[in-house]
Design a protein around this ligand. Sequence first.
Ligand code: ADP
Ligand code: MG
Length: 695
Amino acid sequence: MSTTMKLPELFGSMVFNEEAMQERCSSASYKAWKKCVTEGTPLDISTANEIADSMKQWAVEKGCTHFTHWFQPMTGVTAEKHDSFINPVGGGKIIMEFSGKELVRGEPDASSFPSGGLRATFEARGYTAWDPTSFAFIKEGSLCIPTIFCSYSGEALDKKTPLLRSMDEVSRQAIRILRLFGDTETKRVTASVGPEQEYFLIDKELYSKREDLRMTGRTLFGAKPPRGQELEDHYFGAIKPRVAAYMKDLDETLWALGVLSKTKHNEVAPSQHEMAPIFSDANTACDHNQLAMEMMKKVADKHGLVCLLHEKPFAGVNGSGKHDNWSLSTDTGKNLFKPGSTPSQNAQFLLFLAAFVKGVDEYQDFLRATVAFPGNDHRLGAQEAPPAVISIFLGDELGAVVDSIIKGTEHKDSGKRTLEIGVDVLPAIPQDNTDRNRTSPMAFTGNKFEFRMLGSSQSISGPNIALNTMMAEELEQFADELETSKDFQADLQKLIKKVFTEHQRIIFNGNGYDDAWIAEAEKRGLANLTSTADALPVYTAKKNMDLFIKHGIYTKGEIEARAEIHIENYSTVITIEANTMVDMIRHDILPAVSAYATDLCERADSKSALGVACKYEKSTAAEIGKLTDALLDACDKLEKDVAKIPADSKKAMAYCHKTIITDMAKAREAADTLETLTASEYWPFPVYSDLLFSV
Ligand code: ADP
Ligand code: MG
């Protein structure tokens, strides 16, 4: 990155953004693109040709030789297939070309991407199609074109297509509601998202000595270090020079790519940090979060560091999550989850709030399933992470407003400034709702909801598809009812009261970390899907399938495919972890502890000859001997059980959850105790205190 570049010039310098398009395309083409993006009109081929040519010129000037359709298959990461711009013109010469056809459509061989059974192998080819709503950008000498990825018969094989569908659907239904409140201007309502991203940074050399980190992204062994996060001195603490250099480089890389990286700070655990961008539309936020994760890893490598995005790289210290801040806003600049300044706006706010509360209550199981995967199982319900039970935190003020609506009593505010609300029965809404409750999985934070259950490594697409779609469903129900109303004000109040009354069980303003809450939640009938194995089956529950099919987000086949991919992924990940564990036990840990025990015995023998008691040598060797046998037994059992994993994916998930996880815990327990008994010079890989305090 050029150090002489000023930030405004640097920002988006690697992006073919609106400004670049305006500068380089004819005004007719620019207008056609703009209309395509804002109104969804298709682009004709001559316009596509012109845009492609301008894009190519721009990219070549910046040193690109290749272009790639950049897409998001159901693995949850991104994929790219690079083609060069060269085209032979005879006489051994080439020209650099890029056509509208190449921009708009690509045909990667899709056979190695997971399809969950959607695509028969004889039609292995999928196609990618340009998403003109997300800007093309340059990464490592290639022009990257954000695209959707579909099968030849049109089924979505990716995470972008359904996200775009859900954004359209929530916009359509939200506009129906806005019209009822007299808004005739809004043409589009956008789901806005700001994903806060947590990560760990550790030293690359230490990382390379740990097979578990290399193979699985997390430590499968490791005794508790003498110091963890007890001192609570890391959170927002001063950033160390090596980390600061990394963060600066990361910021500059992201800014060049047009990613609105805004805040950076240390997190709670040692070596843990966070990056939060300024929010954007959900589609861009999703693309940018993918880019951010990729760049976090690449930039770390340049600094001799490794960025760990796993949800729980280290047992016993905080894991990493991703807070998905979500809201709806109009193209006229209004945030629909911000309490307004007029009585009518506040009634509208309460209606959107009611839709959200109803949606989260009705689809709590599905929302939980969107964050269910092996990495997150270690995090949810543990240190500083929300529990597996979904509830909504509204804060004292807004909570009291909702209470008074339910009870039909007048709302008394706490003396803070409140907003007038003329619609007689609806109470005033406190203006600054700054309450923070970090224990809630879904917290209202003044003008948006913060969904805190996402794992740090996951694509934010799935959870946002779910939020958009459930919101579309509730808004549709409300619009159907209110559009035919003879007395809008009266029916509106009735509806809001009815919804809050029927769905108040999902609202919880207390401490989500408290065991008493889990018991209380069960009494309220809330779902407590504690593990991935419990959560994933709800993907295909009838009410959930019906929701997505009705709104055209997924076909039956598309949703079944996703369920299948997640279920298969579960046992695949657990199997890899189990095999890595066996490998490390046999090749590293057993030989090391055996050598140490032998040494101790030899020393005891030679010292005994001098008449010394050798308490330390003998007792330690004996203890190590016992634990070594236990570890060997646990390892044998784990290996045998892995061989018995059923072929059927659902059975495999249940079996891995019940048997393999238990086996692994047993093996780890023996190994971690051995670590505490073994002299450092014998232990075969870096331990927690090395890893966590290395940078
Ligand atoms: P926190 O205390 O959780 O760090 P911040 O106020 O820093 O909260 O905001 C966190 C994230 O919320 C940022 O990424 C920010 O861009 C995002 N955010 C703010 N407003 C909205 C909105 N209207 N829609 C979506 N995300 C938003
Ligand atoms: Mg947050």
